[in-house]
Design a protein around this ligand. Sequence first.
Ligand code: BDR
Ligand code: CA
Length: 318
Amino acid sequence: MPISAIIDCDPGHDDVMAILYAAQTLDLCAITTTFGNASLSATTKNACQTIEFAGLTQVVIAAGSARPLVRLPQYASNVHGETGLDGPKLLPPQVVPHSGHAVDVLLAISHKVPDLYLLPIGPLTNIACALLKDPTLQQRIKGICMMGGSLTFGNITQFAEFNIYCDPEAAHVVFTSGIPIKMIGLNVTHQVLALPKYRTAIRKIGTVTSTHVADMLDFYSERESLLTGLAGGSMHDPLAVAALIAPDILSFEPMHVAIELSGTLTTGMTVCDGRHLGVDLQAVKPRTRGEIPNAEVAVAVKATQFWDQFLDTLSAYP
Ligand code: BDR
Ligand code: CA
C-alpha cells in the first residue's frame, strides 16, 4: 500500500517537481495551496496547470491561506518570476480548484484516511491554521515531512530559510504540535542540484511533461545560480517527498528545533539543538545536554540516488 499524503505547496518550480514525484510514488490525497513563492491566486493557478499537463486531473486542489498568521506576505519573484512559475509556456488551466478552503479539505481528509502524512513545502500557514482550528488533528497525522529551515545558513537572510521566514509564527505552531516531524532544510537541499546533465537527460525523455520540466529547471537554475553561485537550481521540495518514500536517500538526527520569532538578525531561523549528538544520553542524568528532540533533522543526502529515482518517475508521465 502506498503512503497517503497531502502536499501543501506554493508552486514554484521545485514545488512542481515535488508534485510530479509524489503523484507517482504516493497515494496523493490532495494538493493544498498557500501564498509563498507568489500570491495565492498565482500558486493555485500553477498547481492547476501542473496537474493538467501531467494528466493528474483526478487530484483535488484546494486553495488556502493568502497571507501569514501575523506578518505581511512576501514572495520569491526573484527566484520563480512574477507568475511563480516563469519559463515554460503553459496553457491557461481548465481545471477548477475545490470550492472548500484548504484547511477544511485537509481536516476532512484527516478523518477519512488513516496514517495520513502531511508534506508541507511552502510557508506553514495552512498546517498551523488546521491545527488551531482542530487541535485533535495532531492525533490523526502520522507525520510531517517538510521542506524548510536549515541546520546551517539561510537563503532569504543569513539565518532564515524562505518557507519558515514567510510565516515563523505558523512554523512555531507546527514545531510545538507534538506531531513527528522530519525537517529537510537547506543544508541538504543545496547539495542536490539540477546540473546541466540532468536537465539534458530530462529533455531527452521527449514528452510534454519532460519538456515543461526541463524548461522550468532551466529558468529556475539560471535564477538560483545567480543568487547562490551553485551550478544549478536546488531540488528543495522534492527532497521532502524523498524523505517519505525513499528512506535511504536522506539521513536524519533527532534534535529540538525552535523557531526564532523575535530576533534582530535571526527571525525565522530554525534553532536546532544538537548538543546531545554523540553523547550517551542514558549516562547523562538528569538530562543536561540539549532540549528534548521534537524533530528529525536531515543531515546528509545521496544526490545521485535521488536523481536516479526522480528521472525514473518523470519517464512515467505523458
Ligand atoms: C523553499 O522556498 C521556495 O522558494 C522553494 O519552493 C522552497 O520550498 C526553499 O527555501
Ligand atoms: Ca515551495
